[in-house]
Design a protein around this ligand. Sequence first.
Ligand code: ZN
Ligand code: ZN
Length: 93
Amino acid sequence: MQYKSYSQFLSSNLWTAYRSIALKESGHRCRKCGTKRGRLEVHHKKYTANWNDVKLADLEVLCQTCHFIHHHHAANDPQYVLSLESEVLNDSP
Ligand SMILES: [Zn+2]
Ligand SMILES: [Zn+2]
């Protein structure tokens, strides 16, 4: 199946499955600062034009703060900013 957009992919069962595996593998901790508190978000280390190609190795669990800082540093890349919004929207536990 081809997803028309990134947000469509993020509402798919495939992404839901990836997301819960990534959270489980991280031990529900932020990869950067190690916190277990607050909301954890699943970040894409790498973006691909074909969302079906997303691999677990490309995902990273970050707390809201570390995630924001990460994207803030990459703020001159519009794709990152767009993706941050999608990632956050999809982040209901
Ligand atoms: Zn953190
Ligand atoms: Zn991200």
